[in-house]
Design a protein around this ligand. Structure first.
Ligand SMILES: [Zn+2]
Length: 108
């Protein structure tokens, strides 16, 4: 799955309401594509910490068109699972960075 609209449509099938109820959350997860346009953009928000960050930004839940309160965390988990098949941690992404000299910081 790739586009935020597809994720939002999936949310509406799973949790009720309309895709528009969820689109802002799914757009937020994929915004990082604007500055890194291949799959690696996902390392910034598609993980456990990203899901909790979404909850901080959008609130604990969203009220959908049907009047139901849907936990933002469930929507984040749905998004990440649909993209990656699992929910990685930040560590799962970061340990795959190949260290370069400059990353260790400057010697003063
Ligand atoms: Zn995504």
């Amino acid at each position: 799955m790739a586009h935020p609209l597809e994720h939002a449509q999936s949310s509406a099938r799973k949790f009720g309401g309309k895709p528009e109820d969820y689109l802002a959350i799914h757009r937020w997860f994929d915004e990082s594509k604007a500055f890194f346009p291949d799959f690696r953009h996902r390392e910034l928000r598609h993980h456990t910490q990203g899901i909790f960050l979404a909850e901080n930004l959008f609130g604990v839940s969203v009220r959908n068109f049907d009047g139901a309160e849907i936990p933002v965390r469930y929507l984040g988990e749905q998004h990440v699972r649909e993209d990656l098949g699992r929910i990685p941690t930040v560590q799962d992404w970061l340990i795959r960075i190949h260290p370069e000299r400059w990353m260790y910081g400057q010697r003063l």
